[in-house]
Structures are given as C-alpha cells and as structure tokens.
Design a protein around this ligand. Structure first.
Ligand code: ADP
Length: 521
C-alpha cells in the first residue's frame, strides 16, 4: 500500500511538524531494526526510554516520517523527518495499521478465527488450519509456534509481534489468496494492543486456569484480560468451551452471539457441561490419536480422530470444528471431510510423539501449567501399559507461584519424576529445581524423584530407565529451538535431544519432521 502522509495526518494526527507535502509511506514499523525504506517509524514511550530517541536511526534506515506523541516529537525533532503528532500512539497503532494496510473490519480481508484461553490456543489454531486445508480452503496461521501462509512456513522479519506486524502479515496473506486465518490470541496480546484494529469473525475460548500470574495480580485480573475478545468491537460471534471453572462465566458475560461446547469427560462442573450446545464424547484413546464424537442438541453428530493423545485435545478439536461452523462453513462440508476419518493437522511440540515403533514412547510437550500437566499425564497413563515418567523443569523469571503445584501435579501423575532445567534466564537453576522438588515431595514423600542438570544429561538418564511399553512426557520445551540462559539464547531442541538419546540407547528413531537446529554429532 502507498499512502500520502498528509492523509494519515488528517485522519489520525493532531499536529504536523516539518513538511509532510508529497511524502508517501508504504508501511509502519515500531522497531528501527525491522524498518524498511519507505516506511514510517512509530515511536512509542517504553518502560525506560522513548522510541523517539531512535528517530535518527530510523531516518538512517530510510524512514520517511515519525509518528509519535508530543513528548516524542520534541525528541525526534533533530532527525530531520516530518513528524505527525498523535495523542496515544500505542492505543492508535491498531487502527493506524488497519488503515495503512487496508485490513480493517470494513475491508475485504480473510475470515478471522481468534482463539484465547490459558491452554490450547496453539493447538486449536493448528487444528483449525488442518481442518480448513482438508476443506480445500487456502489458509493462514499465526501462532506462537509458527506462522503459515497456505502451508508454507513464514519466517518473520520482525522482532516484536505488534499490531503493525499483524496487519502487514494479514495484507500479505490476502495478496497470496488466503481465505481464512487462524490466530492465537493471548491475554498479553489483548492487553498490549497487539491485535487492535481486528474484528474476529469467530472468537473461541478454550479454558482458564492458573498461569501468567506474573503478568496479572490475580486470577480475576487475568480473567478480565481475556474478556475483551468477547465484545462486539473485537468479535462478531463466539464459541465458548465450558470445561474449565471459568467457562460458564465467560459464556454468561460474552457480549456477542455465542454457542457453547463441553467435554463431560474433563469438565470441571458436570451440570454446566450438560447444558452445552455441543458435546464432545470420547470414544477411544490411542497412542497416535483420540477418537471422539461431536453432537449438537438438534442431533447432528460426527465422529473423527484428532491425531494427538488426550481428551483435552478432543475438546480442542471439537471447539475448532464448531468455530468453523459458526464462521459459515456448512455442516455437510465439515462432515464429508471429517466424519469417519481423521483430522490431518500437525501440532509442533504439543504432546508430539518423537519415538519410533519399538522402545519407550517419548512425548515432547509445551505444557507449563499444573492443569496441562494433569491432563497430559492422565492421557499418557491411559495409553501406556508400562510406567510413565515425567521429565521437566520450570521457567526462570516467570510466575514462581505455580512451581509447587507443578511439582505436585507432576509427581501425582507419574511413576518416576525427573526434574531438570528449562529456561533459567537470570535465576539460579539449582533453586528452581529445589522448589519443584519441594512441591513434589510434599505431595508424595515416597515417590521416586530424580534430579539431573543440564537437560542434555537428564534425557539420557531418563531413557536409560525406560523400555518397551513405558512412556516419557518431556514437558515445557515443545517446539522451541533455544534455551534462555542468563539472557543468551543457546541453540537447543528437546525433540532432537530425545531422538539422540533414543538412538544412543539402541532404539530405532523415525526421521524428524522438524528442522534440526544444530549439526548432527
Ligand atoms: P497455548 O497456546 O494456549 O499455550 P497449546 O495449544 O500450546 O496452548 O498447549 C499447551 C499445552 O497445554 C499442551 O501441550 C497441553 O499440555 C496443554 N493443553 C492443550 N490443550 C489443553 C486443554 N484444552 N486443556 C488443558 N490443557 C491443554
């Protein structure tokens, strides 16, 4: 898109400094590192510094203008660029981006499916993508794990996922013929204005449980941070899963037309689950997937398989299917693609089975909350004839209040618990492990609890203790390809390390379906 700076100023600005006449912009960017020539630099006040201090650097990279607040305008003055002064650049960024990229609610853009909740956002987004592709729809995906356009992985050139980035991505998707987009919407994305300027055709709610209490004062505040998605300025309709404690309240307070769904087998409250418009019933749980039926009040029903273990994954898949139905895809079209068959979706690092036909089953997972541990361990136990081993570490510099609970749920759901390191960041890994072990010991003093550091060693020690019929859940790293150690991102892949440990122990390993981030040894 090419826009005249004077149009932008007339629409959004309160004042123009310098000469805006004849200046044209092709995009907007918040970070000078991401800026491309011809774009305008949006300078926002940060925690310690004002973005406008970097106006000169932006000019050097080819910025054509600065958009900032009054304080920023004074700081940016010496850069020699025209400045459009706006009142609240951060709050305006979404609308500004939507205008620049032509991706606002009134524009011709793909159907938008947004999913929020504590757990399952990424899974539902990838399931939506998989099902849409099975329907023959050209699909886009934006999740914390990956971004795809028509199945192709997009490597983002940008460092921060701000609203301007999302709108630019959406414009690119439209250009490539994408008809529908699955978007993961975290509470932080909502409260930090990262999805401003978008109205989702369908908003989905998975569940709410203890997590992210480092960002929010308490569960109430976290709950409130999730709610804005269910207002008319953010979504047209909603599908709400009633399974978690807060599900019914979200349904009650949802301000857009909504339908509800529940999975009685995992629901917090049986009565609420029974009242749902759609019910997910678990039919069979296997190592390579979970078979379930999805039934409406009016009797419509389909049976399919989600290619991941766990009742919660069937709940996620049911939510995805009902979201598509609410988005306008016909029931007959959905059943002809899915009924009696299987959902073809790839969920990177979500209870992903990385082992082969023989030897222990090893699942690498992204779960990092007590609720995720409980659900995933229970699912693995139900399909594992032998013993279930839990291997994990906790994030440093993140919500420490959940560590005891993580230790407790991990030890309660497993036969052997192996504690290791995750991203220590600037914390002492020894003391993180000690807190996890304390929580576990308190819950089950007699349990077998082992401790190994670093994780490279822990997985080898773990594999040495298991064999045919046993299972290992390695929770935490999921799809990630680095570990954050004192602020430095060290290349790392749990999936690859698990594969190597299996091979070293003499078990066959299948070819990896993920990029191998460091050279083979
Ligand atoms: P998010 O994107 O919300 O963090 P993911 O889909 O990445 O969620 O799932 C993270 C982990 O949470 C999964 O690997 C699994 O352990 C757990 N999980 C996924 N879906 C659910 C669910 N519906 N209920 C409880 N736990 C879940």
């Amino acid at each position: 898109p090419v826009h005249a700076l004077s149009d932008l100023a007339a629409r959004f600005g309160s004042e123009v400094r310098g000469d805006a006449a004849g200046v044209e912009l092709t995009g907007i960017t918040l970070a000078t590192a991401d800026l491309r020539p011809g774009e305008a630099f949006v300078a926002i006040r940060g925690g310690t510094r004002h973005g406008a201090e970097f106006a000169a650097a932006a000019a050097e990279k080819g910025a054509v203008a600065v958009i900032t607040d009054a304080a920023g305008a004074d700081l940016a003055d010496s850069a020699g660029l025209p400045i459009v002064v706006v009142e609240h650049p951060r709050a305006l960024l979404g609308d500004l981006s939507a205008w620049v990229y032509g991706t606002g609610p009134g524009d011709d853009i793909p159907l938008l499916f947004g999913t929020t909740g504590t757990n399952g956002k990424t899974s539902v987004s990838h399931l939506l993508e998989g099902i849409l592709e099975q329907l023959g729809v050209v699909t886009g995906l934006s999740s914390t794990a990956e971004r795809h356009i028509a199945g192709e992985v997009i490597v983002s050139r940008l460092t921060t996922p701000e609203a301007s980035e999302f709108h630019a991505l959406l414009a690119l998707m439209r250009e490539r013929g994408v008809e529908a987009v699955a978007v993961e919407v975290s509470a932080q994305a909502l409260s930090r204005h990262r999805v401003d300027g978008l109205v989702f055709d369908v908003a989905g709610f998975t569940n709410l449980s203890h997590d992210h209490l480092d960002d929010y004062a308490d569960m109430r505040e976290y709950f409130e941070a999730k709610m804005p998605l269910f207002r008319p300025d953010r979504s047209k309709r909603a599908v709400i899963c009633l399974d978690s404690e807060y599900g019914p309240e979200v349904a009650e307070r949802c301000e857009v037309p909504a339908v509800t769904i529940a999975t009685p087998a995992i629901a917090f409250e049986a009565e609420a689950a029974a009242s749902a418009d759609w019910i997910v019933d678990i039919i069979d749980e296997r190592q390579d997937g979970t078979e379930f039926s999805l039934t409406a009040r009016d009797g419509r029903t389909l049976t399919t398989v989600v290619p991941v273990i766990g009742r919660h994954m069937a709940a996620n898949a049911g939510l995805a299917i009902v979201m598509l139905l609410e988005g306008g895809y016909r029931w007959e079209r959905l059943t002809s693609a899915l009924d009696g068959g299987r959902i073809e979706a790839y969920l990177p690092g979500r209870t992903q089975l990385v082992s082969g036909e023989r030897g222990p089953a090893i699942y690498v997972d992204f779960g990092h909350s007590p609720d995720a541990f409980e659900k995933t361990l229970a699912a693995i136990r139900r399909v594992t004839p032998g013993k279930t081993v839990m291997l994990f570490g906790a994030d440093g510099d993140r919500d420490a209040t959940k560590r005891h609970d993580m230790g407790r749920t991990a030890v309660e759901g497993s036969d052997i618990l192996v504690i290791t390191d995750h991203h220590p960041r600037f914390e002492d890994p020894d003391s993180i492990r000690a807190t996890l072990i304390e929580g576990a010991r308190r819950a089950r003093p007699e349990a077998e609890i082992l401790e190994f550091s670093p994780p490279e060693r822990a997985i080898v020690e773990t594999v040495a203790r298991v064999g045919d019929g046993d299972a290992v859940l390695w929770a935490g790293p999921g799809h990630q390809d680095y570990r954050d150690i004192r602020g430095v991102r060290t290349p790392y892949s749990a999936r690859e390390l698990a594969r190597r440990a299996l091979r070293a122990a003499g078990w066959p390993v299948p070819d990896p379906h993920w990029p191998v981030p460091y050279p083979d040894d």
